[in-house]
Design a protein around this ligand. Structure first.
Ligand code: SAM
Length: 285
């Protein structure tokens, strides 16, 4: 059965390291489409060469994604099928493609996922941290102040926290994790599916010490997983979440009245009571 449905966009996951992880279906679809939209055409040319495929490619990255929508839609309307790939893993997951998929779906085009490698799923599947609920946060802010603020906001979350990180920032991020989440258990998945795949387990400070002893541990690509906060019990947990929400709204410049109104809509409870709590937080209690 041919998968190349006329006028469809295929969102195709590609390997995050080990080329054997490309599915047979992904390979077939990439060979059948008329055009491949790729984050970096030079990078993806290597994958296509490895697969023995010669399919026209078009770049689609964060700087030209909106402009590409019309161009690609014209091809789809002409009855051609198109594949979207990124440099590694699943498109749209901390990668380009969201704008394209949103716009094409709004126009009624058929969007077909071809599932496969994704670093966060691979990392969670082997870490041994709870996976019934997790919170994927992509990359943390580049600056330490923004990073710490985000981590403080997340500190009370009971779900496993998952972040992506690059080798340039791994030490700085661990240092901020050590300050904000202190003794919390972390699992660091490095170089998944590649020769030097490693899982390290410890506190942020402990993992930094490991990197000092063995600088190779700071090389490569990382998924950081953090154990969720211990359950706080119903009321305390709700009030912690409410405070985090109210603080975030105030930091975004939302007024006290509006912040109280939004929180009442999201979490229930009376606007008047939320108003009082927001005012207290604003006054720095
Ligand atoms: N779309 C990709 C996916 O599905 O996982 C993610 C792309 S994002 C631009 C790249 C980040 O994903 C890296 O900085 C790293 O945090 C994570 N990542 C990608 N490949 C990885 C690997 N082999 N091992 C560990 N982390 C990886």
């Amino acid at each position: 059965m041919s998968d190349a449905i006329a006028g469809a966009l295929y969102v195709v996951a590609t390997p995050i390291g080990n080329l054997e992880d490309l599915s047979a279906r992904a390979k077939r679809v990439l060979g059948e489409v008329a055009l491949i939209a790729a984050e970096d055409t030079r990078h993806s040319a290597r994958l296509l060469r490895h697969l023995g495929l010669s399919v026209p490619m078009l770049s689609l990255h964060e700087h030209n994604e909106s402009a590409r929508v019309e161009q690609l839609d014209i091809r789809l309307l002409a009855g051609e099928s198109v594949a979207l790939i990124s440099d590694a893993g699943t498109p749209l997951i901390s990668d380009p493609g969201f704008v394209l998929v949103r716009e094409l779906r709004a126009r009624g085009r058929q969007i077909i996922p071809i599932p496969g490698p994704c670093a966060l799923v691979a990392a969670l599947s082997a870490a041994g941290l709870p996976t019934d609920r997790f919170l994927f946060q992509g990359f943390l802010p580049a600056r330490s102040s923004g990073r710490r603020a985000r981590l403080e906001l997340l500190a009370g979350r009971e779900e496993t926290l998952v972040f992506y990180e690059s080798p340039h920032r791994i030490r700085d991020t661990l240092a901020d994790l050590a300050v904000t989440l202190q003794e919390r258990q972390l699992i660091l998945a490095r170089e998944l599916t590649k020769t030097f795949e490693t899982f390290l387990d410890g506190t942020a400070a402990g993992l930094l010490a490991r990197m000092d002893e063995d600088p190779d541990q700071a090389r490569g690509e990382f998924v950081i997983m953090v154990a969720g906060s211990a359950p706080r019990g119903g009321e305390a947990s709700a009030s912690f979440e409410a405070d985090a929400l109210l603080t975030a709204l105030l930091e975004e410049g939302v007024g006290v009245k509006q912040a109280a109104s939004v929180t009442s809509r999201v979490l229930g409870g009376s606007k008047k009571e939320w108003y009082a709590r927001t005012q207290t937080l604003k006054d720095g209690d």
